[in-house]
Write a protein that binds this ligand. Structure first.
Ligand code: PMP
Length: 404
């Protein structure tokens, strides 16, 4: 049965609004997704009925809030097939990668190698560059084929006795490419490397089972998964998290503190110094609950249908260059329009009520790989409709006419 996007839309209050006198067509979900009522209400409910600081509370509201916060951790763990003590709440995907890189960096030696790919988001580049600058580690880059796929053979050739870490995106935020995560992880493990997958995009579009993938670390953000900003998750295998030193110091992350000595709490609390993003964690839990109640395969098919419709209608457009056409890719369309800057394209589309992103998408090495300085990006989510896909194509065709 076809997925009912219209029914889903009704759960997203913001989708009722108009932009520049036109119905909003939101095609920027890869940057941040809109929020369903279930998430909004969970956060409002906590603020209106049951809120205090978490942990160590001896009063009812503190205990209720702790239950809700730790309950959210359980929901997120179940969502990815992990144990609750393997899930650390972070500010987002970015902070999760920084936490892992900083921790692993404490035991890396000059000359140790970290393998990344050319399609990484800066969040999965810069923290490793820190280790290049500070520890003298060597970054190696797996190349991308012309259609936007990771060159798996070339990736395998980069692996060797000095490879300590392999950090790859599960799905590219620019190309939409979905990498063969299980195969890449197996190869990296055979080389003795620790594997981190950046799941910020992938987890939105496909069910993720971290145990089946056998990754050591998996990171993602709440706000792209229909949850709030300011919250994300780091999954780490229990023994891998236990081997990491603390990231920040403060309350809640200690065992005992004296003037001469300190011991640390076990994961996950070791990595959650200070008052955490309590309301955001509750909203994040509500988001994965909400998503778990839907048919995720049907959602992926729906999103793919929208992408295929747009791609089909733009097939003959000789003024369009699409970045990323890899087999099995997700519903992200990055493109350039001949003679037009991507920023101008996005601004003109906005006049038609259509929200797309333009720029480097925090992926400058990838942009360079494809010889462009920027691109526009339309990303499709479960609440987008065929009508919206058509509105986008029509508006883009008119936009192009400005420049021809
Ligand atoms: N990785 C990828 C693939 C992303 O798309 C993003 C967000 N654009 C990030 C990492 C960073 O996520 P956040 O900004 O939520 O920390």
């Amino acid at each position: 049965m076809a997925f009912d996007a219209e029914a889903i839309r009704a759960e997203f209050p913001i989708l009722q609004r108009q932009v520049n006198g036109k119905p909003l067509v939101y095609l920027d979900s890869a940057a941040s997704a809109q929020k369903p009522r279930a998430v909004i209400e969970a956060m409002v409910h906590a603020m209106e009925h049951s809120y205090a600081n978490v942990h160590r509370g001896l009063h009812t509201l503190a205990n209720e809030t702790t239950d809700a916060y730790e309950g959210a951790r359980k929901k997120i763990a179940a969502f990815i097939g992990a144990e609750p003590n393997e899930v650390v709440f972070t500010k987002g995907g970015t902070e999760a990668i920084n936490l892992v890189a900083a921790g692993i960096g404490t035991y890396l030696q000059p000359g140790d190698e970290i393998v990344l790919s050319e399609m990484e988001h800066h969040a999965n580049i810069v923290p490793w560059h820190f280790l290049r600058e500070r520890k003298g580690v060597v970054l190696k880059w797996a190349p991308i084929t012309e259609d936007g796929a990771l060159d798996v053979e070339a990736f395998q050739r980069l692996l060797g006795p000095k490879t300590r870490v392999v950090a790859l995106s599960h799905m590219s935020n620019v190309l939409g490419t979905i990498n063969p995560a299980m195969e890449l992880t197996r190869m990296a493990h055979e080389a003795g490397a620790v594997v981190l997958l950046d799941g910020c995009q992938a987890i939105v579009h496909k069910p993720v089972d971290v145990k089946a993938l056998d990754v050591d670390f998996y990171v993602f953000s709440g706000h792209k998964l229909y949850g709030p900003t300011g919250i994300g998750a780091l999954y780490g295998k229990a023994e891998k998290l236990a081997a990491l030193p603390p990231y920040q110091g403060g309350g809640e992350m200690i065992g005992q503190v004296s003037m001469d000595e300190i011991t640390y709490a076990d994961p996950p609390h070791r990595f959650e110094a200070g008052t955490p993003a309590i309301l955001e964690a509750i909203g994040f839990g509500a988001a994965v609950d909400w998503l778990s109640g839907l048919d995720r395969i049907a959602i992926a098919e729906h999103e793919h249908r929208l992408y295929a419709r747009v791609r089909e209608r733009l097939q003959g457009a000789n003024w369009l260059r699409v970045l990323g056409e890899a087999e099995g890719k997700g519903a992200i369309l990055s493109f350039t329009v001949d003679g037009a800057h991507a920023h101008d394209v996005a601004q003109i589309l906005d006049r038609y009520g259509i929200a797309v992103r333009a720029g480097t998408h925090c992926a400058e090495p990838l942009m360079r790989r494809f010889g462009c300085t920027s691109s526009a990006r339309a990303s499709f989510a479960l609440y987008n409709t065929e009508q919206e896909a058509d509105a986008f194509v029509d508006a883009l065709t008119k936009t192009q006419a400005f420049f021809s």
